[in-house]
Write a protein that binds this ligand. Sequence first.
Ligand code: KG4
Ligand code: ZN
Length: 329
Amino acid sequence: MTILGIESSCDETAAAVCRDGQILSSIVSSQSIHEKYGGVVPEIASREHEKLLNLIVLESLDKATIGIDDLNAIAVTHGPGLAGTLLTGVSFAKGLGIGLQIPVIPINHLEAHIFANFLAVPSLKFPFVCLLVSGGHTQLWLIKEMNNYHLLGETRDDAAGEAFDKGARIFGLGYPGGPVIEKEAIGGNPSAHLFPRGLMGKDSLEFSFSGLKTSLLYFMDEFEETESLTKKDIIASYQQAIIDTLVEKMKRAIEKSEVKTCVIAGGVAANQCLRNSLKVALPEIQILFPDLSYCTDNAAMISYLGELKYKPSEHISMEFSVNPNLKLA
Ligand code: KG4
Ligand code: ZN
């Protein structure tokens, strides 16, 4: 089975080819145009996808050394994400599917992030707990088996990725915030300042990052760098507050669900400090992470999940639309 994956839910234009569970190619074009605005501008993102999709898809076929007629199906993200950017990908996929007379499979972006872990570890077994941490979501899931997911907890306000992005803006570090905060925090003292950790009450599996962001805003208003307290220290302390929260809630979720395996997924899963802290906090648990290139938005995860969902004997209707608020369960 050879599946083309298309991803356009936010500001990454991506296409990939998966054949029999192997990724033959994965092309991602990140739209740097948004950097100067400090965040994604939906209208511009949609126009960029429209400009790039054809080229990126052709490049993915080329890299996979297959022809367009070798495709058995197309998998495309139909939500959650930005309505306009999703529309560009779904419209493109449907047009191509009609032209080639092959099915188009709608894919949930969140589910694809979770299943990206199977790309790194094909032997991953159900059940497992997944910490899904991206720019728009912070959720803890008990993944019992394919299509059987139980939400254990989620954020009440900002997502963890958003906390990185908003923090970076306050520090004057640019967008996206996660990678740049991680880089700038290296060498800083993560215990230099104690930022608040939200919703740490005994059994809570919910998250809250808006208080942390506000606290940073007030702190930076008054902050003057000294030799004993540098900006690097503050960046490291801010990152630590996010990571401590994620690690503590993951620990509780594991205890509650009594599983022996956990995975992380989404852009924030690329954070090395988070990976290391989880390993230290949960020495008895198997902790898995996707490859770095499959943490942030990509189409490899879309094509891979598309292949898992595709049943050649079943009719797949094209009567699906985009759903910016698509949920996982
Ligand atoms: O999954 P993703 O690419 O897009 C969404 O589905 O939202 O996640 C993007 C988010 C951004 O907020 C970005 O700042 C964050 O992931 N991110 C990171 C790192 N790389 C990306 N956060 C922390 N550390 C990183 N290394
Ligand atoms: Zn994503």
